[in-house]
Write a protein that binds this ligand. Structure first.
Ligand code: PGA
Length: 256
């Protein structure tokens, strides 16, 4: 059993899936399935069009709602963007920042991740900052360098005293949606690299308190072997989070 003081966090990244009706149906089926699990902070990350609906459906239940992305400014002429103020007004509590799909397809950079992280902390949104190497980078032995770079730039200029809500998700890009999960050893090594970088960039105290999630083909049957490790504090789940029974099983299996 892990002795970590960090509360497990299990997040469902629904990406561009589900309609509002399907999201409500998910929440209704999911709630009775997780009734007795209080060991984990459970977070659902729906598309922006469903944030209010999911906040509403989950009200008075131990389920938090995250946006999958946001802009860093409070308001402005930025067509198609959503601001932290707008998310807060909906009752959203968490936000994914720098998911690899945003880095790959929507020009998200380490610098924009840093701006978004600062904005989340200012507005009291719990940031889940995603980092992770591409397959070519792993094969070229650049994993440590990539994780250190992504983490240190994300954390640039952040006051360690204000950083305690920080959550990092280690998502090796080669494991996302591929069915190819990182072995617990690979994930644990990466989490140690990230925690050491947080200690260098912010402080050893912040590093010790920061939750680092693993993401990339997490399924009910590999959750326990990942979540039992000392440096893995939960999971960011894509495909296996779309079904309420599968996601509830992941929550249950994370209680290691
Ligand atoms: P996956 O996605 O679980 O489908 O690999 C994880 C993610 O992209 O957050």
């Amino acid at each position: 059993m892990s002795t970590s003081p960090r509360k497990t966090l299990i997040a469902a990244n629904w990406k561009m899936y589900k309609t509002p009706d399907e999201a409500v149906a998910f929440v209704r089926s999911f709630i009775p399935l997780i009734g007795h699990h209080r060991h984990a902070e459970i977070v659902l990350c729906p598309s922006p069009t469903m944030l209010a609906t999911v906040v509403d459906a989950a009200r008075n239940n131990p389920i938090h709602v995250a946006a999958q992305n946001m802009h860093w400014l409070d308001q402005g002429a930025y067509t198609g963007e959503t601001s932290p103020l707008q998310l807060k007004a909906l009752g959203v509590t968490h936000v994914l920042i720098g998911h690899s799909e945003r880095r790959q397809y929507f020009n998200e950079t380490d610098e924009s991740v840093n701006l978004k992280l600062k904005a989340a902390l200012v507005h009291g949104l719990i940031p889940i900052v995603c980092v992770g190497e591409m397959l070519a980078e792993r094969e070229a032995n650049q994993t440590t360098e990539v994780l250190e770079r992504q983490t240190s730039i994300a954390l640039g200029g952040i006051d360690p005293a204000a950083a305690h809500p920080l959550v990092i998700a280690y998502e090796p890009v080669w494991a996302i949606g591929t069915g190819r999960t990182a072995t617990p050893e690979i994930a644990d090594d990466a989490h140690k690299v990230i925690r050491a970088e947080i200690a260098r960039s912010l402080s050893p105290e912040v590093a010790a308190g920061t939750r680092i999630l693993y993401g990339g083909s997490v399924k009910p049957d590999n959750t326990a072997s990942l979540c039992c490790l000392e440096d893995i504090d939960g999971a960011l789940v894509g495909g296996a989070s779309l079904d309420p029974a599968s996601f509830a099983q992941i929550v249950a299996n994370s209680a290691t």
